[in-house]
Design a protein around this ligand. Structure first.
Ligand code: DAK
Length: 263
């Protein structure tokens, strides 16, 4: 891999997009490598992922404008599909993914962060969908995911106006869950990932699926999705151990990581 670094510490995997000469912009190779990296994550041991950018200036400064500038219509469509496929893989990845945004998150950078479950950022982060200034629409799901996360009016204001926002505004409108000084960002991401990884893994996975799938349908159908995923937790080692520890009032055991089985 030239542009993607992948490290595992305990049950937490960290994927770093490392193409600093272009502020970690997403070209076809980055997208291919990210796709391969996700396919290689060992889901038997890794329970949460962190996605970040290399360096102290940029998370991802967008899709690669130099590569896109010469695309034909057909090539543009193929590039859009490549990105959409990998972003969707992230969004539906069985375990939670925390976007850890350490600087510019513009265009495809903002979009990839919105494909993750949770976004946290550093104080120097900048978010935006500048595509209309480049003569295109957002192409990696920005028109869809931004409106769902921050609301239609705010999304339209940002997208139509190609208006970038800073970390404090991103926090205020709910685009990120928290803002940290840059040096505290990665420790905060690791802490959050470890908290998630310490909980029953089947339940965490099923919660992700229930929230994501439920948001696509009406409430009657959503409740049925939840019922099914709730039911799927029963008879698992996680459920037996988790409830057994509570009933035994064994505080020590309650804090232990439940073994990962039946997935
Ligand atoms: N692509 C390629 N190179 C980039 C880049 C990008 N998005 N962003 C930065 N770079 C490169 C710069 O060209 C420069 O390279 P050298 O000149 O050193 O070779 C290097 O990174 C450092 O950038 P700057 O010198 O510009 O650094 P500054 O600190 O002055 O400015 C900046 C930082 C982030 C404000 C600025 O670089 C900037 O405005 N970058 C572009 C941001 C942007 O517009 N991003 C959105 C890209 S559009 C679709 C699929 C996908 C998309 C659309 C359609 N379909 C096919 C359906 C997605 C579109 C986008 O993401």
């Amino acid at each position: 891999m030239e542009f993607i670094k992948y490290e595992v510490e305990g049950a937490v995997g960290t994927i770093t997009i490392d193409r600093q000469k272009a502020l970690n912009a997403l070209n076809s190779q980055v997208l291919d490598e990210l796709n391969e990296t996700l396919d290689a994550v060992d889901l038997a041991t890794v329970r949460a992922l962190i996605l970040t950018g290399a360096g102290e200036k940029s998370f991802v400064a967008g899709a690669d404008i130099a590569e896109m500038s010469t695309l034909t219509k057909a090539e543009g469509e193929a590039f859009g599909k490549k990105g959409n496929d990998v972003f969707r893989k992230l969004e539906t990845f069985p375990i939670p993914v925390i976007a850890t945004i350490n600087g510019f998150a513009l265009g495809g950078g903002c979009e990839i962060s919105m494909s993750c479950d949770i976004r946290i950022c550093s104080e120097n982060a900048v978010f935006g969908q500048p595509e209309v200034g480049l003569g295109i629409t957002p192409g990696f799901g920005g028109t869809q995911r931004l409106a769902r996360i921050v609301g239609v009016g705010k999304a339209k204001e940002m997208i139509y106006g190609a208006r970038n926002i800073k970390a404090d505004e991103a926090y205020r409108i709910g685009l990120v869950n928290n803002v940290y000084p840059l040096e505290e960002l990665m420790p905060a991401a690791k802490k959050l990932a470890s908290i998630i990884a310490a909980n029953a893994p089947i339940a965490v996975r099923n919660c992700k699926k229930a929230i994501n799938d439920g948001l696509q349908v009406n409430m009657d159908q959503a409740i049925v999705i939840e019922e099914k995923l709730f039911g799927d937790c029963f008879e698992t080692e996680d459920q037996k151990a988790g409830m057994g520890n509570f009933l035994e009032k064994d505080k020590e055991k309650k804090l232990k990581v439940v073994p990962f089985k039946n997935c």
